[in-house]
Design a protein around this ligand. Structure first.
Ligand SMILES: *Cc1c(COP(=O)(O)O)cnc(C)c1O
Length: 355
């Protein structure tokens, strides 16, 4: 079965909300497009693939996901090309990562034809929701959760998979001030830090809130053992440009294998820029900052794309990052990625898919 042969029942909305959206002032996650794709896992298989108007679900209060957290998600984007086509960026990688998360959380994997077939059909139906404004895109949220109405700790027998989409603008209005977290942790070896499971984000809210009360926008997580090594930042991987190299923590089971991160690594290789994927201590970064060897520090993720940090705070001291030059790596890689995603430049990597 290919993506095009998946049987999907489609019920279109008779009242589009498209006119209510101000596409020139999009707030992240505020507007949700007209339709959603749903499939149910029952009797050991995915069935009842359907597209329906976006709306409320009806759930048992005993729904397993609400109690024991068997819930995973993905985040990806579609862009509008100048020709008016909808272009998906590396969606197959999101599908693969979704299934990795599923395995770790004892959830069933999603066949490619359900994930990609449902997604493609949904994007065709809601094509008018893909913004064409500069810096805007359609954020895509696939997720799966346990639906057994059973109050006992065990893997659920039934699940629901949903995809909905939101037109979005840019994430941070200005470069964030980030604080290196040396008490709370996001993930420990052997845990679920390498997955996009719902609980990871719930656990990060309190430390992030404390940092916000101190005037920071985001955290940089450090390792659970020593709080000495940099892991990632919020929902972004972290990357540095120093001594003429691109340096980033390697991916392990405590960090998410980000698709933006690996795209940037591939582009750096393509441009002949040395790349180091390794352990990076906080001290090393602070020293490079003090010695003016750090050109930039930035977060990389689907929501933000590339987000250069304004300040890094460590042990009570705020370190300002140098002003970014027009031709800095961060600016160049952001522009190049945007050009690939919107079809403005040839996609030599084979990352985009026309819907
Ligand atoms: C989603 C996410 C990222 C970024 O991954 P992308 O595939 O680039 O969007 C990084 N870290 C965490 C914790 C995430 O949830």
């Amino acid at each position: 079965m290919t993506a095009d042969t998946l049987q999907i029942e489609i019920k279109q909305t008779d009242k589009s909300r498209l006119q209510e959206v101000d596409f020139n002032n999009l707030v992240f996650g505020r507007n949700i497009a007209d339709h959603m794709f749903i499939a149910d896992y029952r009797d050991g298989q995915w069935q009842n693939s359907r597209i329906v108007p976006y709306g409320d679900l009806s759930l048992s209060p005993a729904t397993a996901a609400l109690h024991y957290g068997q819930a995973i998600f993905e985040g990806m984007k579609a862009y509008k090309s100048e020709e008016g086509d909808t272009l998906l960026f590396r969606a197959i990688d999101n599908w693969k990562r979704f299934n990795k998360s599923a395995e770790r959380l004892c959830m069933p994997s999603i066949p490619e034809e359900v994930f990609m077939g449902g997604l493609t059909e949904l994007l065709r139906l809601d094509a008018a929701w893909v913004p064409s404004q500069e810096g805007c895109s359609l954020y895509i949220r696939p997720y799966m959760f346990a639906t057994d109405a059973y109050v006992g700790v065990k893997p659920s027998d039934t699940y629901t998979f949903i995809i909905f989409t939101c037109p979005v603008g840019t994430y941070y209005a200005k470069p964030p001030r980030v604080k290196v977290e040396t008490h709370f942790i996001r993930a420990a070896e052997g845990g679920v830090g390498g997955t996009k499971c719902a609980g990871n984000y719930a656990g990060s809210l309190y430390p992030a809130k404390l940092a916000q009360e101190e005037g920071y926008d985001q955290l940089i997580w450090t390792d659970a053992r020593e709080h000495a090594y940099i892991e990632e930042s919020g929902t972004m991987n972290v990357m540095f440009v120093m001594d003429g190299k691109l340096v980033t923590p390697f991916v392990s089971d405590t960090t998410l294998d980000g698709i933006t991160r690996k795209s940037i690594v591939a582009i750096a290789h393509h441009w002949g820029i040395p790349v180091e994927e390794r352990r990076i201590s906080v001290k090393e970064i602070i020293e490079a900052l003090k010695e003016n060897r750090l050109e930039s520090a930035f977060g990389a993720g689907t929501a933000v794309v590339v987000s250069p940090f304004a300040t890094i705070a460590y042990e009570g001291v705020d370190y300002a990052l140098p002003e970014l030059k027009e031709d800095s790596f961060v600016n160049k890689v952001k522009d190049y990625l945007t050009e690939i995603r919107t079809g403005k430049t040839e996609d030599i990597f084979g990352w985009t898919l026309k819907v």
